[in-house]
Design a protein around this ligand. Sequence first.
Ligand SMILES: [Zn+2]
Length: 420
Amino acid sequence: MNQISKITVSVNRRSYPWPQVAAIAICLDGCEPDYLDAAIDAGLMPTLKRIRKSGTERTALSVIPSFTNPNNLSIATGRPPAIHGICGNYLYEPQTGKEVMMNDPRFLRAPTIFKAFYDAGAKVAVVTAKDKLRALLGKGLSFSEGRAICFSSEKSDQTTKQENGLDNASSWLGRPVPEVYSADLSEFVFAAGVKLLKEFRPDIMYLTTTDYVQHKYAPGVPEANAFYEMFDKYLAELDAMGAAVVVTADHGMKPKHKADGTPDVVYVQDLLDEWLGKDKARVILPITDPYVVHHGALGSFATAYLPEDADREDIMARLSEIEGIDLVLSRPEACVRFELPDDRIGDVVMISSENKTLGTSEHRHDLAALNEPLRSHGGLTEQRVPFIVNRKLPELQSAASLRNFDAFYYAVVAAAQPVG
Ligand SMILES: [Zn+2]
């Protein structure tokens, strides 16, 4: 196997070389680049510090909305949401008049890189912190041949060979199922990644964490630094085993609260109710998910469906006037600029400024669960993310055009380099 393979794998109109060593992409959920700088400055990430020098370091742009699911599926497919269809956690279906979670694999419109490599004969492993992503990331994988493993830390005690490629991942790893709101949920992912690399020896592996810590703690505070110190130890093991590793993120994270610690929110449904009449328009917040403790469903991206007879130009002009709303686009404008699926976006898209969020109606947000001043994401101010490869890659494009969803492309390019 010392010869460079000529095989390439094509998926979603991109061509990937065959890796000679394990190709790993790690998505650090909510990793604003400052977190890494602060932890390195504090001397807590010796491995990443070394890799930054000996490998290749850039920043990259995430998908907008800068939310978890759209970006994870972009990393998994190598393409923007216009191709794979996942543009949020949450979606309004005008045909049924219902608001539904977008966790179901039926919403995914493109094959993943994992499936394409699996079908070409590779061994693939995917570990996610939260179970909400597992079914989407695992779509199309077959577990019958023992070449695929896909599970979440959250449900790691419920995995089976048939559904996940591994019986009871929790006892396999020798770690109890972590609390869903904890740093441990992410540590479980890294620990599983190290053990999988040693024992399962995947060709392609994806490790994706949760941003519980990042929603609560700013870069440089002890709890945040402890998280990255923990990550660095696992990164050291993956690197030492010879894998090609790309470290990136789904989105950044910014403080979104007032000086007194309360969330800074523009309640868009309340505005539209005032202008158009109660419930004539419908505001959708694609960040909405069942894990509300993180963010109270408050992020920096919203879309609104307007009634047929509304004067769109006028509504867009009025929204643009609101302090804290930085950008208002029509559906076609937003879908072109951010490469979004136009049948899953409302008539108007809004993005808030760095320290503001967008809400529906004030009474619909239960903010009691927020136990720290709000930090969140979703907008353009959380689009810049790290992109670090543990190999020299002179061909790696500049930060101006690099996307976080180029992670697997460069991971396999790095992994296809001759060893030694
Ligand atoms: Zn995220």
